[in-house]
Write a protein that binds this ligand. Structure first.
Ligand code: NAG
Length: 985
C-alpha cells in the first residue's frame, strides 16, 4: 500500500491536511503523475541509445563491434574471445571480453564485459568509493541452478570464413552462428534461425571515458540544461554528444554518476514471430504492443525500474513495482525467449516488421518479425537464449535457472482479508466474528502500517493493539492466520532499539559519501536496511524471533511493502542511484534486485523464529525480480476501484505466470476508491482465479468486507468464495506443478493451445493449472453474458449445469450477476472438497469429490497433490500424489500413484490421511449406455477378501437441452491415498 504523501514534517502535514480537505470537496480524479517519472529521453542512457537506433536505421550503418578471430578459444562448453569496439577515429579499439556458455539444458548464455573496467583501470569522478567494475553479481541473487555447461557442445568444422559455429543442445539440434565482423549471433534450432543478436547493429557497450573537468566558476546547473560546449574532451571527435554523459538532474535530485556513461544495449530479433510476451510488470495486454508510435501503439519503450507508482495508469509501458527481464516470443509450433540478466534501469523497445512474401522462398508467405531493443544503464551484458520449442520448455528452463515457485502453506492459497487498517485488536476479532456469522470462509486477516507504534516496525501500538497474543489465539481457534506488515525503512528516531542497532552495526544503505543514507517514508526520517549485506540478514532474522517481536505467534506471517524501495523524497520516489550498497556497488547497479534481497531476508527470518519450528514461510512482496518466486507471493500494487483495473488484472496476473512468478494477484475491489457493489461482486468473482487472492482497501475508503454489501451481493460473493474453497485441492495441485516444473498456475490460451494462432493474443480468460477449467471473468459493467473463446474441438461443459459448448470459436455463455462463467474442458478429472467450512485449515480431513469430465473419445485424466500443507516434510516424501484416469474403452476409473519411492515419511503421512476418502464421483458427459445401470464395482488395494469387489450405488441423469448427461457414484469410500479401480462396465 502507499499513498505518496509529502514528507511528514509538521509544516507539510498542515499543507497536506489542507489538501485533503480541499480534495474532498471535489469528485476525485485520479491519475498517475507523469512528471514524477522519467520518459526515455529524460534518462540519458535511454535517450542516447534510442538516438543510436535511429541513426543506425540508415542503410550505411555498420556496427563497430567485431569478434577478433585470433582470440577465440573453446573449452568445456564455453567459447571465449574478445569483441573489439572500434571508435570513431577508426584507430582506437575497446576490448570487450566475451563468453558464450552453452548449458546442458540447451540454453545459451552470452556475456560481454569491458576489460578496462574489469581491471579497475579507470578513475571515478568526485571522491566516489563505488566499485569500478561493471556490476557482475546479478546472477548471485537471481540464479540458483541450471548452469552446468554442456559436455556435448562443440565447434562445427563446417563453419565458413568469417563465422564460428557451435553445435549444442539435445541431439545437437541447436546452433549458434557467430559472425565475426560485425559481431552478430544467430541462434538456430533444426537449421532455422529463431533469435538474432545485433542484426540491426544496435549493440552498444558504453566504454569508460574520462571527463575532462574544466576549471571554471561554479554555476548552479539547471534541470535539463546541457553541458557546456567547452567541457567536452578536446580529442573527442566532433559529433559526440556529451550532454547526457555526466551528472543528471531530475525532480530536484542530481545523480553524480561517478563512472560516467556505461550503458549496455543490444537488439534482439525474433524472425517470424508476431507475438512477444513477458517483461512484467506493466499494466498492459499480454501480447506486447509496439513502442515506436503509430495508431494504438506506445511511443515509449517498456521500462523496468522498480518504482512506487502512485495511482498507476492502464494500458501503459510505464514501469511499476517489479521487474522480470524475461521475454518470450511465440508462433505456431515454436516458443523461444531471452532473459536479460541485468538489474539496472532497463528500457525495451519493441517493433514489428512485416515482410512481403518472397517469391523465391517457396512456401514462405509474408511474415512478421518482432525486433526488440534492450537498453540498461550499467552492468554486464548478460543474456540467456532459450530455444524452446514449447512454452512448457521455456518456463521449465527459466525456472531451472531462477528457481521454481516455493510450495506455499495451504492457507496461503485461500482467501485473505486486508484493509488499511483494521484499527484495533478488537476490530480484528470483530471482523473475524462477522465472517463466521455470515458463514463466509476466510483464512487470513491482515494488518497494514497502523498497528505499529508510530510506524516503528516490530512494535504494536499500545493503545490500539493492546493484546496481540489474545488476538492471535482468537484467530487460531478457526485455524486462521494474521499477516503483519514490515517494511525496509526503519524510523530514524530516539528510543527505538531497531534503528540504534541498524546504525551501530552499520547495516544501512549508504549515500554517495559513504554515510548512512537518510530519507523520508511512512515514519518520516528513515534509514534502509541493506540486505545485500549478509550481516544485515543475520541481524534481521533475530528481529522476528518470538521473544524479540513480542506479541507474534506461529500464526503470524509477514507482508513486505515499499521495497522498491519507496523513498518519498527520492528521485522517482526511490533511492538516489549513487547510493552505495554492501560490496561498494552503486544503487544504480542493483536497483531492481533490492526488493528481492529484502523479501528473501524476511523469508529467511521466518524460517528461524523458533528452533525446531520449521514451517513454510509466507511473505508477500510488492517489489520483485527474477528469483522472487522462490520466497513468496506478489501483488500488483496500488490499483484503483475501477472496471479498467479489474480488466487489466487478468493479463497482468497471466503474465506473471508465464514469467516464472505465478503466485500473484491484484487487490480485490481495487485499493483506491470505493467500488460499486456490482464492481466489488464481479471483482470477487474474478479474484477467485488469482493465485494470490486478497481483498484490500485504502484507509480513506469505506469498509467493504464481503458481509457489508448486503443481499444479494453478500450471498453472491460468498458463493464465489465457496467456489475457491471447493477447488482448493485443484489449486494446490496446480501450485505443486508450478513448484516442480515452473508451469504457470493460471495459464493463457497460447500456453495450453500453442498451435492455435487465433488464440495467441487472448488474455481475458484463463485455465487453472492442468485441470481444464476455463474461466472468463466478467470485467465490464452491466454485462450479463461473456463470449468465451474455445480453441479446440473438445466439448466444454458449464461447471454448474453441464451445458455443453463445442466447436472452435467464440461461444456466448450467460453471466448474470449471480453466475460465474466457468467451463470444464472434456478430458479432465477435477478434485474438489465440497463441504463448506470457515477456513481451509478446517478442511484438512474432509472427503473428496472427483469430477470426471469426458472428452470426445470418452476418456479423462487428472491428478491430485496433497501434503500436510505446512511443513517441509513433503520434500522427504510426506505427500500423496495420485493420477486419476478414466479409460473410455474399458469403462474403468483408476487411481494410481504418481509419487516417487515411498519413505517412512510417506507412510506416516498416509497414516494421517487413512480415513480421508472419496465421497462422490461425478461423470460429466456420461455415455447413454449407462442409462440402465444402478451399480458400479469398486476394487481397492489392500481391501479384505470379502470387500474385493464391492458394488456401489450409481445414478444416471439425462441432460436437458444443451445440458450433458451425467452420472454420480455415491460414496465409493475409496481412500484418497490408495490405489483403486471403479468398473463402470
Ligand atoms: C537469501 O538469504 C540467504 C540466507 O541468509 C542468503 O544466503 C542468500 O544469498 C539470499 N538470497 C537472496 C536472493 O537474497
Amino acid at each position: 500500500m502507499l499513498q505518496s504523501r509529502p514528507p511528514s514534517a509538521p509544516r507539510w502535514t498542515v499543507v497536506f491536511l489542507l489538501l485533503v480537505v480541499l480534495s474532498c470537496l471535489f469528485v476525485p480524479v485520479v491519475s498517475v503523475k507523469h512528471e514524477n517519472f522519467k520518459k526515455c529521453d529524460q534518462s540519458g542512457f535511454c535517450k542516447r541509445n534510442r538516438q543510436f537506433a535511429d541513426d543506425a536505421a540508415s542503410s550505411s550503418w555498420t556496427s563497430p563491434y567485431a569478434l577478433d578471430p585470433a582470440s577465440i578459444t573453446f573449452k568445456n562448453g564455453q567459447l571465449s574471445g574478445n569483441v573489439l569496439k572500434t571508435l570513431k577515429d577508426g584507430q582506437e579499439k575497446v576490448k570487450l571480453p566475451l563468453a558464450i556458455t552453452f548449458l546442458e539444458s540447451g540454453v545459451a548464455r552470452v556475456t560481454l564485459d569491458e576489460e578496462k573496467r574489469r581491471k579497475g583501470d579507470i578513475v571515478l569522478r568526485g571522491d566516489s568509493k563505488a566499485r569500478k567494475e561493471r556490476y557482475n553479481e546479478a546472477g548471485n541473487w537471481a540464479l540458483v541452478g541450471g548452469l552446468e555447461a554442456s559436455s556435448g557442445a562443440a565447434l562445427s568444422e563446417k563453419a565458413e570464413q568469417g563465422y564460428t559455429k557451435v553445435i549444442y543442445g539435445d541431439g545437437g539440434k541447436h546452433q549458434a552462428i557467430i559472425r565475426h565482423a560485425p559481431f552478430e549471433i544467430d541462434f538456430q534450432r533444426d537449421g532455422e534461425t529463431h533469435v538474432k543478436f545485433n542484426q540491426r547493429g544496435l549493440l552498444s557497450i558504453e566504454h569508460w571515458r574520462q571527463k575532462v573537468e574544466v576549471e571554471k566558476p561554479k554555476e548552479e546547473k539547471k534541470e535539463g540544461e546541457e553541458e557546456k560546449e567547452e567541457e567536452k574532451k578536446e580529442d573527442e571527435p566532433a559529433g559526440e554528444d556529451e550532454s547526457t554523459w555526466w551528472d543528471e538532474t531530475f525532480g530536484g535530485n542530481t545523480d553524480s554518476k561517478p563512472r560516467g556513461p556505461e550503458a549496455v544495449a543490444l537488439d534482439i530479433t525474433f524472425p517470424g514471430y508476431e507475438h512477444v510476451f513477458g517483461i512484467p510488470e506493466h499494466a498492459t495486454q499480454l501480447s506486447l504492443k509496439t513502442t515506436r508510435g503509430g495508431d494504438g501503439n506506445y511511443d515509449e519503450p517498456y521500462r523496468l525500474y522498480n518504482a512506487d507508482v502512485f495511482e498507476y495508469e492502464m494500458d501503459s509501458p510505464m514501469t511499476l513495482y517489479g521487474a522480470i527481464p524475461l521475454m518470450q516470443a511465440h508462433r505456431k509450433g515454436s516458443t523461444v525467449g531471452v532473459f536479460w540478466l541485468n538489474a539496472a534501469e532497463t528500457w525495451i523497445d519493441v517493433v514489428k516488421s512485416k515482410s512481403i512474401a518472397n517469391p523465391l522462398s517457396l512456401g514462405v508467405l509474408g511474415h512478421t518479425d518482432t525486433q526488440t531493443h534492450w537498453i540498461s544503464e550499467s552492468g554486464l551484458l548478460d543474456v540467456f537464449v532459450f530455444l524452446g520449442p514449447t512454452p512448457q520448455d521455456l518456463t521449465r528452463q527459466y525456472g531451472e535457472l531462477t528457481g521454481f515457485t516455493a510450495m506455499p502453506q495451504s492457507f496461503a492459497i485461500a482467501y485473505h482479508q486486508c484493509r488499511w487498517n483494521y484499527v484495533t485488536d478488537e476490530d480484528v476479532k470483530d471482523v473475524d466474528r462477522r465472517f463466521d456469522k455470515f458463514n463466509i470462509p476466510y483464512d487470513v486477516i491482515w494488518l497494514d502500517i497502523e498497528y505499529t507504534q508510530e510506524k516503528k516496525y516490530f512494535t504494536w501500538d499500545p493503545l490500539t493493539f493492546i493484546n496481540p497474543t489474545k488476538m492471535h489465539k482468537h484467530l487460531d481457534k478457526r485455524d486462521r492466520k494474521l499477516v503483519a506488515i514490515i517494511d525496509p525503512h526503519i524510523k530514524n528516531t530516539d528510543n527505538y532499539p531497531v534503528i540504534d542497532e541498524l546504525k551501530k552495526k552499520d547495516l544501512a544503505v549508504k549515500n554517495k559519501d559513504s554515510n548512512q543514507y537518510e530519507g523520508w517514508c511512512w515514519p518520516g526520517s528513515s534509514m534502509w536496511i541493506d540486505c545485500f549485506n549478509p550481516a544485515a540478514i543475520t541481524w534481521w532474522k533475530g528481529l522476528f524471533k518470538y521473544d524479540s517481536f513480542k506479541g507474534t505467534a506461529p500464526n503470524t506471517f509477514i507482508w513486505n511493502d515499499m521495497n522498491e524501495p519507496s523513498v518519498f523524497n527520492g528521485p522517482e520516489t526511490t533511492m538516489p542511484k549513487d547510493n552505495i550498497h554492501f560490496g561498494d556497488w552503486e544503487h544504480r547497479d542493483v536497483h531492481n534486485i533490492n526488493g528481492l534481497t529484502f523479501h528473501n531476508a524476511t523469508y529467511q527470518a521466518m524460517l528461524e523464529r523458533k528452533k525446531g519450528e520449521i514451517r513454510r514461510p509466507f511473505v508477500l512482496t510488492r517489489a520483485f525480480y527474477s528469483g522472487s518466486q522462490r520466497v513468496g507471493a506478489m501483488w500488483t500494487g496500488d490499483n484503483l476501484a475501477e472496471w479498467s483495473h479489474l480488466q487489466a488484472s487478468i493479463p497482468m496476473v497471466l503474465n506473471q505466470g508465464i514469467s516464472g512468478f505465478p503466485f500473484s494477484g491484484a487487490d480485490v475491489g481495487g485499493f483506491f476508491g470505493n467500488p460499486s457493489k456490482e464492481l466489488l461482486t464481479r471483482w470477487y468473482q474474478a479474484g477467485i482465479y488469482y493465485p494470490f487472492f486478497r481483498g484490500h482497501a485504502h484507509i480513506d475508503t469505506r469498509r467493504r468486507e464481503p458481509y457489508i454489501a448486503g443481499s444479494p451481493y453478500t450471498e453472491i460473493i460468498t458463493q464465489a468464495l465457496r467456489l475457491r474453497y471447493q477447488l482448493l485441492p485443484a489449486w494446490y495441485t496446480a501450485f505443486h506443478e508450478a513448484a516442480t516444473t515452473g508451469a504457470p498456475i493460471i495459464r493463457p490460451n497460447f500456453y495450453i493451445h500453442p498451435e492455435d494462432e487465433r488464440g495467441f493474443a487472448v488474455d481475458d480468460q484463463l485455465y487453472i493449472g492442468s485441470t481444464g477449467l476455463l474461466a472468463k471473468p466478467v470485467t465490464q459493467e452491466g454485462q450479463d453474458s461473456v463470449s468465451i473463446y474455445i480453441a479446440d474441438t473438445e466439448p466444454y461443459y458449464d461447471y454448474f449445469d453441464y451445458t455443453t459448448y463445442q466447436g472452435a470459436g467464440h461461444h456466448t455463455v450467460p453471466a448474470p450477476l449471480d453466475k460465474i462463467p466457468l467451463l470444464m474442458q472434456g478430458g479432465h478429472i477435477i478434485p474438489r472438497r465440497d463441504r463448506p467450512r470457515r477456513s481451509s485449515g478446517l478442511m484438512k480431513f474432509d472427503p473428496f469429490t472427483l469430477v470426471v469430465v469426458l472428452d470426445k473419445a470418452g476418456n479423462a485424466k487428472g491428478s491430485l497433490y496433497l501434503d500436510d500443507g505446512e511443513t517441509f516434510d513433503y520434500q522427504l516424501g510426506a505427500s500423496i500424489h495420485r493420477r486419476f484416469s478414466f479409460d473410455g474403452a474399458r469403462s474403468v476409473l483408476t487411481s494410481t500413484s504418481l509419487g516417487g519411492r515411498a519413505t517412512a515419511k510417506t507412510d506416516a503421512f498416509l497414516k494421517t490421511m487413512a480415513k480421508v476418502r472419496v465421497e462422490k464421483i461425478v461423470v460429466v458427459g456420461a455415455p447413454a449406455a449407462w442409462k440402465a445401470k444402478s451399480q458400479v464395482v469398486v476394487m481397492e488395494e489392500g481391501a479384505k477378501e470379502s470387500q474385493r469387489r464391492k458394488p456401489v450405488g450409481f445414478e444416471y441423469f439425462e441432460g436437458e437441452g444443451r445440458g450433458a448427461a451425467w452420472a454420480v457414484v455415491r460414496d465409493p469410500k475409496v481412500g484418497i491415498g490408495k490405489g483403486w479401480k471403479i468398473d463402470f462396465a
